[in-house]
Design a protein around this ligand. Structure first.
Ligand code: SF4
Length: 292
């Protein structure tokens, strides 16, 4: 189900869209670093870029430096080709992964994760084909299709380590916002535009849902994109529905510049003076509460 808009914007081109469009114009061409999308950009072969995108998005949680350190080690292990390493006749074993952990994901969890992704590749040849297999000719429904995609990978996990399994392969059907997997879909479906990769044809950008992290949840509320309080799938749908009014064919294009406001520390919502230079200030309810 596509989210309904609560944004104080009207469908079609409206002067009220100007702050979002200005933000977009300013955000283009920004440095990819420290965003984890920089990792899949290392690979010219689309098969490697797809595999790297899924791996990088799956472990895009925790501090920025922590993420980069882990992903650098992971991609060193799978060098020079993540796709070749995942589909090789001799799979990556437990021993090379030993010691490679990320926050509460143990090295055994990393090993199991790689095994699940490998099984998906061996059976379908690409993650896009695995995703399409779950669509079964039905009309696109991103929540349902993502649930089937993640479920298919999760099923190959095996016994034990259920918490790590459910974190790495979450369940949108139970309300999870699935930030990292909507981020993966944004990367492979949108573009190429220097940020997103534009690798898949099976999903239209108009059907994407914003990757809802803490920055997007706060900005969604401050900018009047959502009235919901719980950062779950329904909030992500509602924010997407609001952004859809400004750009029906590609509502998620606002995600990168919006979240960069928070990630790069432009908007701390507490620093004196920054709001005056902020492109979305005309929409922001928090702006008036900050002393200038
Ligand atoms: S107006 Fe201020 S508080 Fe609102 S998004 Fe911009 S920098 Fe953040």
């Amino acid at each position: 189900m596509k989210g309904r808009s609560v944004l104080p914007l009207r469908e079609g081109v409206s002067p009220a869209h100007a702050p979002l469009l200005r933000l977009l114009a300013e955000g283009r061409g920004a440095e990819l670093s420290p965003d984890p999308v920089a990792f899949p950009h290392r690979y010219p072969d689309p098969r490697d870029a797809e595999a790297a995108a899924f791996l990088a998005a799956s472990f895009a949680f925790g501090g920025v430096l922590q993420i980069r350190r882990f992903l650098s080690r992971l991609f060193d292990l799978l060098s020079p080709s993540p796709y070749a390493a995942l589909t090789a006749a001799k799979p990556v074993g437990r021993r090379p992964v030993a010691g490679l952990s990320h926050r509460f994901i143990s090295s055994e969890g990393v090993y199991r994760f790689l095994r699940c992704v490998r099984a998906g590749y061996i059976e379908h040849g690409s993650l896009e084909r695995l995703y399409v297999a779950g669509m079964e000719g039905d009309a696109p429904d991103l929540r349902r299709d993502l649930a089937r995609f993640l479920g298919s990978l999760r099923d190959r996990w095996g016994e034990d380590l259920g918490r790590e399994r459910d974190f790495l392969f979450p369940r949108p059907e139970r309300g999870s916002a699935c930030k990292r997997h909507n981020l993966f879909l944004r990367w492979v479906v949108r573009g190429p535009d220097g940020i997103d990769l534009g690798l898949w044809r099976a999903v239209s950008p108009r059907d994407l849902i914003v990757p809802l992290d803490t920055h997007m949840a706060r900005l969604g509320s401050d900018l009047g994109l959502t009235r919901r309080k719980t950062p779950d799938w329904r909030m992500a749908e509602e924010i997407t529905g609001s952004l859809r009014l400004a750009c029906p064919e590609d509502p998620v294009k606002f995600d990168y510049p919006l979240t960069r406001l928070g990630i790069l520390g432009v908007c701390t919502a507490s620093r004196r003076g920054v709001c005056g230079r902020c492109p979305v200030a005309p929409l922001c309810s928090r702006r008036s509460r900050i002393p200038r």
